[in-house]
Design a protein around this ligand. Structure first.
Ligand SMILES: Cc1cc2nc3c(=O)[nH]c(=O)nc-3n(C[C@H](O)[C@H](O)[C@H](O)COP(=O)(O)OP(=O)(O)OC[C@H]3O[C@@H](n4cnc5c(N)ncnc54)[C@H](O)[C@@H]3O)c2cc1C
Length: 379
């Protein structure tokens, strides 16, 4: 836009120390960390949607650091050391959320988490040994002798059927993701960061004045450094990131007056997850039923997955429950090949921190801090 007023040019569109592209959890935590480390920085977040639109306001509101079968599976692919490093970051990320916001502000419910397991699980016969082994590995992180405790007797008490074993993790909780994003936005803005919505970044180039950031709105921004926090959408402006998009779908039932379910629940290595939400059931996942179809940034849901989630409920909750489906939405996660979040340099003064592999509620507070350190290192 060439006819900017002098006032606009010297305020909203003035040259920034750092421009963050993407205003989801990652962009917001990165901005907050930067301000906490150097309050004098001039920072603007450019967000393409009216409110952040990717994964942060569209997940299931679980603050979990990993269910037992998921951690076992990760150890088999990533190895013990790398898996525990990610689990530690997730654990510390959740602690950071709790230390930053009051429980009331983000509807944090310390309801405890549960993993449900069936006899066809490959380690079912060694489940107790596996739990003991995981507990010894996690002790250094959670400071608890028994992070996971077998509680099969609670399955029917929670109104669930068709499962053979259940493992409890009292450290897990539920949150309200919309309230968390909103609280973060308020905190980031109060720290002096400017957030501009409805601005979609197209590309950038370096010149003597700094990095020129071009947008679809024909407004050009200038910064000394930029950080892409664009998650699954990053490939559009930086194809070298090679992030695999993964759509996650969620449905919410009508209120069920006799609902006994309490807690956050996981099944099938985290492919299904559900919880009680104000007397309703929120359930998400089933991506493994159509991996190919769900490898998309299209935010529109699909009937195939919606029906799989309904089928799951019909099979696994008390048959006396009567409900209809009141909500159906989807969010887009970003995955890397090695399941590790990506913090990388793309060019001089251009960086990206993306792809929390479906674990970003817990990981972004820590990855945002690491991203801030990287920016400050080269500042
Ligand atoms: C159904 C579901 C369940 C999940 N369950 C869990 C869970 O149990 N535990 C957990 O820890 N995590 C979970 N997650 C993952 C978590 O929500 C994400 O990892 C996290 O929100 C990622 O945050 P982000 O800021 O990196 O990405 P996003 O929230 O996607 O934010 C990226 C932002 O960048 C913006 N953007 C993109 N391109 C541009 C551009 N060119 N210009 C300007 N802006 C742009 C987008 O509009 C978007 O707002 C789940 C996600 C989903 C969808």
């Amino acid at each position: 836009m060439s006819n900017l007023s002098l006032w606009e040019r010297e305020s909203f569109y003035a040259t920034q120390d750092i421009i963050i592209i993407g205003g989801g959890f990652m962009g917001l935590w990165t901005a907050l960390s930067l301000k906490q480390k150097n309050n004098s920085l001039r920072i603007t977040i450019l967000e393409k949607s009216i409110t952040p639109l990717g994964a942060s306001t569209r997940n299931a509101g679980f603050s979990c650091f990993g269910s037992p079968t998921e951690i076992i599976s990760d150890i088999e692919t990533l190895g013990e050391e790398e898996t525990l490093e990610i689990v530690r970051m997730r654990f510390e990320g959740i602690e950071k959320i709790k230390n930053t916001f009051s429980a009331a502000k983000i509807d944090l419910d310390n309801c405890g988490g549960y993993e449900l397991i069936n006899k066809d699980y490959k380690y079912y016969d060694q489940l107790d040994e596996k739990i003991n082994w995981l507990n010894s590995l996690l002790k250094n992180i959670t400071e608890k002798d028994k992070t996971f405790v077998r509680k099969d007797e609670l399955i029917s008490e929670k109104g669930l059927i068709g499962f053979d074993a259940m493992i409890e993790n009292t450290l897990e909780s539920g949150i309200h993701s919309g309230k968390l994003v909103s609280a973060l936005i308020q905190k980031v803005q109060a720290s002096g960061v400017s957030i501009l919505n409805g601005i979609e970044v197209k590309n950038w180039e370096r010149n003597l004045d700094g990095i020129q950031v071009y947008t679809h709105q024909q407004i050009r921004f200038t910064a000394n450094q930029i950080m892409l926090c664009t998650n699954a959408f990053g490939n559009t402006i930086a194809p070298e990131l090679k992030i695999t998009p993964a759509r996650g779908q969620v449905i919410v039932t009508s209120e069920i007056p006799t609902l006994k379910l309490k807690g956050t629940f996981h099944f099938d290595e985290g492919f299904y997850y559900f919880r009680n939400l104000d007397g309703k059931i929120l359930i998400g996942g089933a991506r493994n039923e159509d991996f190919e179809g769900e490898r998309t940034t299209d935010i529109t849901g699909s009937d195939l997955i919606k029906n799989k989630l309904i089928e799951f409920l019909q099979k696994h909750v008390d048959p006396s429950y009567q409900f209809t489906i009141e909500n159906h939405w989807s969010g887009i996660m970003g995955f890397t090949e090695n399941k590790k979040p990506l913090l990388t340099k793309l060019d001089d003064n251009v960086y990206a921190v993306v792809a929390c592999n479906g674990m970003g509620v817990a990981l972004t507070p820590i990855m945002g801090s690491k991203a801030a350190d990287m920016l400050l290192l080269y500042f």
